[in-house]
Design a protein around this ligand. Structure first.
Ligand code: GLY
Ligand code: MN
Ligand code: MN
Length: 472
């Protein structure tokens, strides 16, 4: 401390190294030049180019601005980990923070320019003075030329981007947030609609995400005995999956849900501050987001003991029956919502048989009834891709009201959620929650359940649980 200069720094928080001539000269030299390649998966550049071409065809006269965005502030000067905006990633497969894509119409297509924050290399003041982009802080990063070569498009320094000169352009939601202008609903809708049909490269990413998630399920279930015996609780399991997701991919694609016993019926139980109860059900809704940012979204409900009680099994069996009825509807040409109606009919019939509905099955299923939804209030499927609830800006006629096409990837996820304090239920059903969630690809001839490495029948679920829990 005694050697720190006081004036002229008194009244500021610390001396600024950038103003120390000797330091600046000294740190500028003596660094080996080690070029870094852009972080780009095989095939990613071609896939992004194809996506830009499809968007250009859909909006031929539009100037389009998409942005990666910046990491949100967590507290004080700490940020959350950066995750690039999905529309931007779909168009570029670049994940650089604060990057901006501009597509300008010309005859027969669009010219694309990617604006990137230039890395601060040795010799530049920012190398040590800029905590966001200085390589001393964040490590070596690919330069603009390397990105241009890898993506096959023009790349320019972000400093040259001027949002004010783009009046009339269509800004994506993330670009609008970044530059303080209204977002283009037309652009958001167009990108959502185009993203509904995945190309082979995207399907390969989703397969990777699902496979990594299956591995994460195995590792997480293997920790159940320890979570019980050592009192580590739901959070230990949540942390176990998240560690796998971060290791095998970019991280969890959404907040990992681990609900034991009475927490299982709570749809988004991400607090995970409870114990893992040895005789209760354990609902795990967990998905790995691949390094390319495509995510899985999978749910299984396990008996923590390794064996379902008779009543737990009955609930699981009914959900399985609804799930299979939903899956059976998934093929090209069926209406998107057919899986929903098929699964709901099974659920309503089952609940009626158990005496839980105050009306007939037909009355419950009618739009004016919906009594069964008391125990299943959420949606039971959605498109899946770069976002867990993918393509969310598409309108009804493009999504819910559309027919299925080859290349669509969606979840099917019926469940039953019997809350512990629901007085309409017999006591033995209270506090039981079951969801079965698979990721399904619509193929040319039918469908493929990408997550079918995880069983959906009660015996298979028990067998999986016992195998993993015994394998510690
Ligand atoms: N995990 C969120 C969902 O299933 O939609
Ligand atoms: Mn889902
Ligand atoms: Mn889910």
């Amino acid at each position: 401390m005694t050697n720190l200069p006081r004036p002229p720094y008194a009244g500021t928080r610390y001396p600024r190294l950038a103003e120390v001539d000797a330091f600046r000269d000294w740190i500028a030299g003596g660094w080996a030049d080690e070029p870094v390649a852009p972080d780009l998966a095989a095939g990613a550049a071609a896939a992004a180019a194809e996506h830009r071409a499809r968007l250009g065809e859909r909006l031929p006269d539009a100037t389009i601005v998409a942005a990666a965005g910046v990491a949100p502030v967590r507290n004080d000067d700490a940020s959350y980990g950066f995750r690039a905006d999905s529309a931007f990633v779909w168009l570029t497969n670049c994940q650089a923070e604060d990057a901006v894509l501009v597509m300008t119409p010309r005859a027969g297509g669009h010219d694309a320019v990617l604006f990137l924050p230039a890395p601060f290399r040795p010799g530049e003041t920012g190398f040590f003075a800029n905590a966001l982009h200085g390589e001393l802080w964040v490590g070596p990063t690919a330069g603009l030329g390397a990105w241009a070569e890898a993506l096959g498009i023009e790349v320019r320094p972000l400093a040259e981007f001027d949002a004010d000169r783009l009046g009339g352009a269509h800004f994506s939601a993330a670009a609008a947030r970044r530059f303080g202008v209204p977002a283009s609903a037309e652009l958001e809708r167009a990108v959502s609609v185009l993203r509904m049909v995945k190309d082979p490269w995207e399907i390969a990413q989703l397969r990777q995400a699902v496979d990594a998630s299956v591995a994460g399920f195995a590792a997480t279930v293997a920790e159940v005995p320890r979570a019980i015996e050592e009192g580590l609780g739901e959070r230990w399991l949540q942390g176990t999956f998240d560690r796998h997701a971060r290791t095998l991919g970019n991280g969890p694609g959404y907040s990992t849900i681990v609900g034991s016993g009475p927490h299982a019926p709570t749809l988004h139980w991400v607090r995970c501050d409870g114990p893992v109860l040895p005789d209760a059900l354990l609902l795990l809704d967990m998905g790995v987001e691949a390094r390319t940012l495509y995510t899985a979204d999978v749910t299984r409900t396990f008996p923590a003991s390794g064996s379902f009680s008779p009543v737990q099994r009955d609930v699981h069996d009914l959900v399985e029956k609804a799930h299979r009825a939903g899956l059976a509807q998934i093929r090209p040409g069926t209406a998107y919502l057919d899986f929903h109606f098929a699964a709901m009919e099974v659920i309503a019939t089952g609940l009626h048989d158990w005496g839980l509905l105050p009306v007939s099955v037909d009355e419950a299923l009618s739009p004016q009834g919906q009594h069964h939804r008391r125990y299943l209030a959420c949606g039971i499927g959605h498109h899946l891709g770069l976002d867990v609830h993918d393509c969310s800006q598409a309108h009804y006629e493009d999504y819910m009201g559309a027919d299925l096409e080859p290349g669509v990837v969606m979840t099917v996820e019926p469940g039953l959620y019997f809350h512990a304090h629901d007085l309409t239920l017999p006591p033995e059903l209270r506090g039981i929650g079951v969801r079965l969630e698979d990721d399904v690809l619509v193929t040319e001839t039918g469908s493929e359940v990408l997550s079918d490495a995880l069983p959906i029948d009660a015996a298979g679920v028990e067998e999986f649980a016992r195998r993993q829990m015994g394998a510690r």
